[in-house]
Design a protein around this ligand. Structure first.
Ligand code: BES
Ligand code: ZN
Ligand code: ZN
Length: 501
């Protein structure tokens, strides 16, 4: 699909369909039909009155023009009230972009137009408008269909955004970001048979190769992991024939004399390419979706793919422990005691609580890099889904400033997060009689908090933030028009907003 910008009048260009956003308050419909000429203008007004079109958010009005102007259909889309919070309005523009794509598909349109009048810019600057629209357009275009028989359908060839404002820069940024999200979705949607640890490595290598040398990559295999005492990753992967890997991506701003404001951070993603539970085997219905257990890693990769374009002034390490969690005669057994990279021992009482073991190694490694902050994304606990539902990620951490910054970034990205308490008094439930820690609580309550408390033991004094994305990593019932069913790429855009802040 070609995306173009045109300063012309919407009916002066050949299109099959025009999408026109309309505000709900102050009768905005007259403004929205300004460019139409009589008798079409009159007819549109009459139709809107007839069906009492209020332009409430996401309500649409289809107006067929019977060949009096080039587009045969004008779709008016309600975008709600003008006086809403900036982040909410931004998200409505993303949705508008996605609705435009969907309508183009259902009407089998080849050339579509999206009319962005000046009134839209009263709330947001041109960069932000362009970025939001395009994020919605590309995220909303996403489909994972490579394993389906290809049926030739007429595709949208061109989308023209009608505006006189300079939105090109925002468009370029939004395009890269949504491509990053869609990359993460592709990795997660791919079944575990095709997305093994080595495929994660290949995906990471590709990102480094396409980075104009801005991203370096180091990959450690099983032998190297043992040599460097990655006891968590070695233990979780020992039941599987597939080789485990630790992927280290390193983005460094080109300008070596980076300003003093620049930070050095590590982003860690859980990369279990399939989580059967190991010998503490999951019941079949809970195992069905477990190809998604590398969604944290996928979002880190999606995020990294945007860095060579966004060129932040921060130094960013991307750390991905990746392996399969499978039962076999070589698998780790409940009761085994393992040693994490930083020397602390863990009594593994449930092999299904494997994410925290591989993350613990990654955190130990991150602290050796002396980073200013660690952020991890992980499909870590079913309890988080029980507590917050499918659309909201749990957020926990040991540093108020970092928490506030990431919560703010998530809001800007339109990704829902909710903070949970890192309740220190629960630490007693992680005490082991035979090792430094046990990997599950003595009580099966507050699992999300216990998992985070476990992780906290491996970050030392480094400010750290944990996103439990077990719920929102996968979409069953789409929250927004730009969320297709399946993998969401959740987290990648929050990270982008965070490093752009
Ligand atoms: N990968 C799962 C968590 C998960 C559940 C992700 C649902 C996505 C959707 C994780 O490794 C796991 O199995 N956690 C256990 C922990 C328990 C044994 C303490 C869980 O949540 O049941
Ligand atoms: Zn598990
Ligand atoms: Zn898992």
């Amino acid at each position: 699909m070609k995306l173009t910008i045109s300063p012309q009048k919407p009916d002066a260009v050949q299109t099959d369909m025009l999408v026109v956003p309309v505000f709900e308050d102050t009768p905005d419909f007259e403004r929205a039909i300004e460019w139409l000429r009589d008798p079409l203008k009159k007819e549109a007004r009459k139709l809107a009155e007839h069906i009492a079109f209020k332009a409430r958010h996401k309500k649409t009005l289809s107006f067929f023009t019977h060949h009096k102007i080039p587009p045969y259909l004008v779709l008016f889309v309600g975008i709600g009230k003008k006086e809403v919070e900036e982040t909410l309005f931004t998200n409505r523009l993303r949705e508008l972009g996605a609705i435009t794509i969907r309508a183009s598909r259902s009407y089998r349109v080849e050339r579509a137009g999206l009319v962005i009048a000046d009134s839209i810019f009263a709330k947001l600057n041109p960069d932000a408008v362009g970025k939001a629209l395009v994020e919605g357009i590309y995220m909303g275009s996403y489909a994972f269909s490579k394993h389906k028989k290809q049926i030739k359908k007429p595709e949208l060839q061109e989308l023209i955004i009608f505006t006189k404002q300079p939105i090109q820069k925002g468009i370029n940024i939004g395009k890269r970001i949504s491509e990053g999200v869609n990359l993460a979705r592709d990795l997660v949607n791919e079944p575990a048979q095709f997305m093994k640890p080595k495929d994660m490595v290949a995906a990471a290598q590709k990102i480094a190769q396409n980075s104009s040398k801005l991203i370096a990559i180091t990959v450690m295999d099983r032998e190297e992991l043992k040599r460097q005492n990655f006891g968590g990753l070695a233990a979780v992967s020992q039941g599987a024939r597939e080789e485990p890997y630790f992927i280290h991506l390193h983005y460094k701003p080109k300008d070596a004399a980076a300003p003093s404001a620049a930070r050095k951070i590590a982003i860690v993603g859980k990369g279990i390419t399939f989580d059967s539970g190991g010998l503490s085997l999951k019941p079949a219905e809970f195992m069905m979706d477990m190809k998604i257990d590398m969604a944290g890693a996928a979002s880190v990769l999606g995020f990294f793919s945007t860095l060579p374009f966004l060129k932040p002034i921060w130094e960013i390490h991307g750390l991905i422990p990746t392996c399969e969690n499978l039962p076999s005669d070589t698998a780790i057994k409940p009761g085994d005691i393992i040693k994490i990279k930083n020397g602390r021992t863990v009594e593994v009482l449930n092999t299904d609580a494997e994410g925290r073991l591989v993350l613990a190694d990654a955190f130990s490694y991150a602290t050796e890099l002396k980073v200013d902050a660690i952020i991890d994304l992980a499909t870590l606990t079913g309890a988080c889904v029980a507590a917050l539902g499918k659309d909201i990620a749990g957020i926990l951490g040991n540093d108020r400033e970092l928490l506030e910054a990431v919560i703010d970034a998530a809001k800007k990205a339109g990704e829902k997060v909710w903070q949970m308490p890192l309740e220190e008094s629960y630490k007693k439930y992680l005490k082991s009689d035979v090792a430094d820690l046990r990997n599950i609580g003595k009580v099966r309550q507050g699992d999300t908090i216990l998992a985070a408390l476990f992780l906290k033991e491996f970050v030392g004094k480094t400010p750290w933030l944990h996103l439990d994305i077990a719920g929102p990593a996968w979409t069953d019932k789409p929250l927004y028009a730009y969320n297709p069913r399946g993998a969401s790429g959740f987290g990648a855009r929050t990270l982008v907003e965070y490093i752009s802040s």
